[in-house]
Write a protein that binds this ligand. Structure first.
Ligand code: DAH
Length: 341
């Protein structure tokens, strides 16, 4: 039996020396030390030994078992270490591989211009006001002194909601003026940027949806001089310090007198170029002194208060500022186009 034990020990240690992976190691362990393993079988047969032999063989059996177990343990640790090393090698990061590029977007040119104009007026003490895009015909027309027979109210110019004549998609941001005036929180000094709608076909200069920015100032003793001062400061801030402005008489139903303001061309300084179509001037906005009737309808006494208003098309300002020749580019969202700003 002793011989059998040393034989098992020698044979097992020999086999262990050539083992190369954890699976083989486990198989061998089970074959020798497992419940039905060789060594276990022998130990089971110890009952047939004499009293004298039993402790001697028992001790030897334990030594053999310990020798095999400790060898198995050390081989196991070696194999685990090797495996880990292998894994680390496979996971090695190649720092020379080029990084994946992230495409960062940029602000839309319209957004840039709107933000810039807003900040110019906020800097002059104006507050930003808002109104609904589905507006009543009263605010969009009547309260702005645009009577029932006015061509602006024609179905070819205006989207009526559900064919009702009482609700429209606002055709201008001017109704916000009326909504603000009705609150009579004097003095009034607001701008109102937003979307407006007209029944126009899309082409290089028209779109059924576009943006306007409205301005309104109401206080005691406001004059045309205040209008000119405020708007020329605005033009200089937007187009550059050397910008000059001129006012041409015009007609709007809600202002009297009314004017259109041009700014000297920022691209050529007034000499004439592609941007200003050789005129030296670019048309920027409509403006005027708020019509006494409009004040009255909003519940403001025109003998006590006066004010000025202005309105501009934001697509047009954006196109002028960036020399964009087709309005559709602003809506198509072609990244190649937008990337330039
Ligand atoms: N609402 C006008 C338009 O759509 C623009 C405008 C002109 C607004 C003169 C005003 C103004 O407030 O005073 O053409």
């Amino acid at each position: 039996m002793k011989e059998k034990l040393t034989q098992i020990q020698d044979m097992t240690l020999e086999k262990l020396a050539s083992i190369s992976n954890l699976k083989e190691l486990e198989e061998l362990r089970v074959a020798i030390l497992g419940k039905k393993g060789e060594l276990t079988q022998i130990l089971k047969g110890m009952g047939g030994l004499s009293k004298e032999e039993r402790p001697i063989v028992g001790q030897l059996a334990n030594e053999v078992r310990n020798a095999i177990e400790s060898k198995i343990d050390s081989i196991k640790n070696e194999l685990l270490a090797k495996e880990e090393e292998e894994q680390l090698k496979n996971e090695k990061i190649d720092v020379t591989i080029p990084a994946r590029r992230k495409n960062l977007g940029s602000r839309h040119p319209m957004t840039k211009v709107i933000d810039e104009i807003k900040s110019i007026f906020i800097g002059m003490g104006y507050e930003v006001a808002e109104g609904p895009e589905v507006e009543t015909a009263y605010y969009n027309f009547e309260a702005l002194n645009i009577p029932k027979n006015h061509p602006a109210r024609d179905e070819q110019d205006t989207f009526y909601v559900d064919g009702l004549l009482d609700f429209v998609l606002r055709t201008q941001t001017s109704p916000v003026q009326v909504r603000v005036m009705e609150k009579k929180d004097m003095p009034i000094k607001i701008i109102a940027p937003g979307r407006v709608y007209r029944s126009d076909e899309v082409d290089a200069t028209h779109s059924p949806v576009f943006h306007q920015l409205e301005g309104l100032v109401i206080d005691k003793n406001i004059t045309m001089g205040d209008l000119k001062g405020a708007l020329s400061v605005f033009a200089k801030e937007l187009f550059g310090e050397d910008t000059k402005v001129r006012f041409r008489p015009h007609h709007f139903p809600f202002t009297e007198p009314s004017a259109e303001m041009d700014a000297s061309c920022f691209a050529c300084g007034g000499k004439g170029c592609r941007v200003c179509k050789n005129s030296g001037w670019i048309e920027v906005l409509g403006c005027g002194m708020v019509h006494p009737k409009v004040l009255e309808m909003a519940g403001i006494d025109p003998k006590e208060y006066s004010g000025f208003a202005f309105g501009m098309g934001l697509e047009r300002v954006t196109m002028q500022k960036y020399a964009i020749t087709d309005l559709r580019l602003l809506f198509e969202n072609d990244v190649k186009f937008l990337e330039q700003f």
